[in-house]
Write a protein that binds this ligand. Structure first.
Ligand code: SF4
Ligand code: SF4
Length: 468
């Protein structure tokens, strides 16, 4: 139809249960289709826009008049800028972006012994240690110095287990508060913890300082204990559940239960159900990814994983329909607003807006690349960052790689650059297994979003959806 239009890259059609959807990638419009419209659009994509061929295929099953009417509706949607829209060549000037967030690896040590740990049980395969207050303060000074005109700055307390350095963290938050007025900045903090050291004193500190918390829990006791043992090999479930419950009951500014599923518990919807039944409503379950170590999801697992995401979407739908507010991180797409342009094009901002600091003050683009020699950007005690690495990360937008032909590009932003490197040796070469899972999650999110609005569970208007 339109010469040079890339139908495969700019449109996506899929069915979920008895519903049919089309995503017009560049406009972000989502269309709910009836079956003949779904078949016609599928045939158009398959035949790269050749309407005659698509029409011929359809008229074997549907009257020519029906096909012609659908086609006319599609042409009208095109005129309205909601179908067959062109790729926007806009880029974000990430090279000049100021620093926004630091991930402070407060501890390269841990009090647990998780089998799938990406951080080699806490020390990242390096010398174990805790971050000193001196290094942490210097990291904050570095963040302020490189934050340009940004007012809102973020610090993530990470590890290993960051609460092994709880005393330092408390002093550091006070230090940040003192600097806020002086520099016209506002800090927000996130604590990612295995919850073992979440005692009442820590909980009071978290609440008093509006710190968001991410607490690790993999789901059912058997699953959790199998992968997240203590140092002596005993399970950690019984120890952490009362702590997580106490933390959530104290009402933190925001919280997430973060679990991991592996290829050994591909029935992870049951782990999600368990977490919900414990009364936690904000959660995420991340796939273990990486080389074939018995845990990481492999290409052969994808059909089962996709099936399980469907089961999970059904489960969440049940919760929505019974009036529960559940936030499953990966299925929470804001279909009306979506992420900002920079996020749509560049993803997480690693190496550009966001850096990770080790206990020695070394800077890496992201926590998953800590210890990778080729990615050492500098140190918080020096002013300059390695310009080559910075340049590499700032030229890693969706336009710079195969993502430009992926229908999920603006929901994804180009995927995890660290995983791309760790799996393929190149931050610009996405990890295919992760991509397939991500695309399935986006479909699930669209399906759930549509059902929430259609069922009037959510009060927002259905303005993003058109029926064809
Ligand atoms: S709690 Fe985190 S850092 Fe510690 S062993 Fe488990 S995954 Fe690794
Ligand atoms: S990383 Fe994968 S899923 Fe994300 S936009 Fe690129 S190709 Fe698509």
């Amino acid at each position: 139809m339109w010469q040079d239009y890339d139908y495969q890259a700019n449109l996506h059609v899929f069915s979920w249960k008895d519903d049919y959807f089309a995503v017009d990638v560049n406009s972000g419009a989502v269309h709910v289709l009836d079956r003949p419209a779904f078949l016609l659009l599928s045939a158009l994509i398959e035949n790269n826009g050749d309407y005659q061929q698509a029409r011929e295929k359809l008229t074997r099953q549907w009257p020519a008049q029906v096909v012609a009417e659908i086609w006319q509706e599609m042409v009208d949607l095109h005129r309205q800028g909601a179908l067959f829209t062109a790729l926007d060549p806009v880029r974000v000037d990430t090279g000049s972006m100021a620093l926004k967030a630091l991930c402070l690896n407060a501890a390269h040590a841990c009090n647990m012994n998780c089998s799938y740990c990406f951080a080699a049980q806490g020390d990242f395969g390096m010398k174990p240690g805790l971050m000193s207050l001196e290094v942490a303060k210097q990291a904050v000074d570095f963040l302020i110095a490189h934050s340009g005109g940004r007012r809102h700055l973020e610090i993530d307390f990470f590890g290993g287990e960051p609460l092994l350095a709880a005393g330092m963290l408390k002093d550091l938050v006070e230090y940040c508060r003192r600097l806020e007025t002086l520099h016209g900045k506002e800090f927000t903090f996130t604590l990612t913890t295995n919850a073992l050291l979440l005692d009442d004193e820590v909980i009071d500190w978290v609440i008093a300082n509006n710190i968001s918390v991410i607490m690790s829990l993999d789901g059912r006791p058997k699953v959790h204990d199998q992968y997240r043992p203590l140092k002596d090999g005993a399970g950690s479930y019984a120890a952490i559940i009362p702590r997580i419950k106490a933390m959530v009951a104290a009402n933190p500014v925001s919280y997430y239960i973060r679990g991991t599923f592996t290829r050994q518990n591909l029935d992870f919807a049951d782990d999600c159900r368990h977490i919900l039944e414990l009364g936690f409503s904000s959660l995420s379950l991340e796939p273990a990814v990486g080389p074939d170590n018995g845990y990481a999801i492999q290409a052969a697992d994808l059909p089962r994983v996709k099936q399980e995401y469907e089961r999970l979407a059904e489960l969440l739908l049940e919760y929505y329909q019974s009036g529960h507010k559940v936030h499953f991180y990966h299925f929470n797409l804001d279909m009306q607003q979506g992420p900002c342009l920079a996020k749509r094009l560049t993803g997480c901002g690693a190496g550009v807006e966001y850096l990770t600091v080790t206990p020695e003050g070394n800077l890496y683009p992201c926590h998953q690349l800590v210890g990778e020699e080729g990615f050492l950007l500098g140190n918080v005690f020096q002013d300059e960052l390695d310009s080559g690495i910075k340049q590499l990360f700032s030229t890693c937008q969706v336009h710079d790689k195969e993502c430009i032909r992926c229908w999920a590009r603006y929901y994804c932003g180009g995927g995890c650059l660290a995983q791309a490197y760790l799996q393929n040796g190149d931050i610009k070469k996405p990890h295919r297994v992760s991509c397939e899972m991500h695309r399935k999650r986006v479909e699930a999110a669209i399906f759930l979003d549509y059902y929430r609005r259609r069922g009037k569970i959510c009060s927002k208007k259905q303005e993003n959806y058109t029926e064809v």
